[in-house]
Ligand binder design. Sequence first.
Ligand code: T4K
Length: 381
Amino acid sequence: MTDKPIYVTQPALPPLEEFIPYLQQIWDNKILTNCGPFHQQLEQALADYLGVKYISLFANATLALVTALQALRITGDVITTPYSFVATAHSLKWNGIRPIFVDIDPKTCNLDPAAIEAAITPQTTAIMPVHVYGTPCDVDAIERIAENYNLKVIYDAAHAFGCKVNGKSLCSFGDISVVSFHATKVFNTFEGGAIICQDAKTKAHIDHLKNFGFVDETTVVAAGINGKMSEINAAFGMLQLKHVDAAIAKRAQVNKFYTERLRFVRGISLLQDNRNHDSNYSYFPILVEADYPISRDDLYNKFREQNIMARRYFYPLISEFPMYRGLPSANAGLLPNAKEISSRVLCLPLHPNLEDAELERIMSVIIACAKKHQHKRAARN
Ligand code: T4K
């Protein structure tokens, strides 16, 4: 009999009966969408939880990214990372903006500020960095560059819910930050996302943009889209918020388990750098180095054989997909760090429902591969 599958992630769900009273309220008042009471409550609750002032809920983070660029009227070229989920660059393309890919810092997997600065041209209008795995970008350096060159900064903070740097919410940097509440994220509303911005005027503009541009029954101020979060998602968010700290605490335990156990495995290195920031422990990336007996892809396949779905986030690079690979900035020779990390990275399962026995199963694959192949090597020598 094959073992039960272990997925890279799994949503933490509260007991179903806790959701019934929320559904009852929706059934009673019959407001299903269009920024109803739960939508308003969740905006306020998230602003309090995250320690930010202006937040606008969306149906998902991709629509939020597309709308953020509209809100700031970004055109031309935008500097971004090839090492992310495709939605980052797709949001640029949907706005007719040309992504300019630049290399990452191998320590953080985030955009390298020196590479950003080197890529700026008169066509550059903005920077779209990603806090990959919730690890903070070099926000101070990026702010300095943006000020010097008069560029906007839109952070793709899809992974950064609840992360803090020097006690400040990681979602509060830049002109705009976008966070995701997708099922696979630390805090989920099934599907969902939000834009965090710096002032009431921008929030009002974003709120119009996500509702077709409507200001009132007869006034449309922009060619907006339908990006609103529904009441059922917002209600679920209100319930999830009660459980999110416990979920993050459980994630921290898994993170600790892996960190302690993997420290002694030759050829496996850890990307985690949680020293000067509060992490949400959203992902556990490892790098399979040249001195591990088998390649990253072989280890990925060994996991599959054991029904363990570790994932190669982020491989391939965004710049390798057909709609981007023709861009001059997609040339792999210009992106050596991103290319190298992308060929070595593997994200181990990390979610609050993981049991000790499952963690042992995961570790045993890594250890068995290390030992078995080392024996083979020894026998050959
Ligand atoms: N920017 C960044 C940097 C992002 O990472 C993302 C999304 C976005 C922007 C866009 O945000 P949204 O528009 O989605 O709000 C997943 C997610 O679909 C995607 O949201 C996420 N990033 C990306 C990193 O991961 P896949 O293709 O790996 O998902 P999938 O369906 O293979 O799910 C992974 C595992 O999660 C499954 O093997 C099982 C588990 N799972 C998944 C779902 C959907 C569940 O247990 N339940 C579920 O409902 O992309």
